[in-house]
Design a protein around this ligand. Structure first.
Ligand code: SF4
Ligand code: SF4
Length: 96
């Protein structure tokens, strides 16, 4: 019998948009983290120029604008791609 392994099948990451993060405006409130539906924002481990941790974007953004809407400090600009990018192969080397 052939057992199917999933070690070569990382979580599918289709990116439909991207965000520009003005990290030095961020106050580290973390409201954007749970607000992101695909959970592609994580907090940095180093502080910005004000000493606050700030969000970092991982593959899989949908361009939904939820982060922009929740952020009190106008940190995000949102862009949507005309053609989605399948980043599954790109994640093999960069994730886990
Ligand atoms: S635009 Fe939507 S999917 Fe992209 S980082 Fe912001 S909340 Fe997440
Ligand atoms: S919601 Fe805005 S201010 Fe708060 S952590 Fe996210 S980017 Fe920074």
């Amino acid at each position: 019998m052939t057992a199917r392994t999933e070690d070569k099948a990382p979580a599918r990451a289709v990116t439909r948009g991207t965000v520009v993060i003005d990290i030095d405006r961020c106050k580290g409130c973390e409201l954007c983290i749970p607000a992101c539906p695909p959970q592609v924002l994580t907090m940095s481990t180093e502080g910005n120029s004000l000493g606050y941790l700030y969000p970092i974007l991982e593959p899989g953004c949908t361009g939904c604008t939820a982060c922009l809407q929740v952020c009190p400090d106008f940190v995000f600009e949102i862009y949507r791609y005309d053609d989605p990018i399948d980043e599954t192969t790109a994640t093999e080397e960069t994730i886990r």
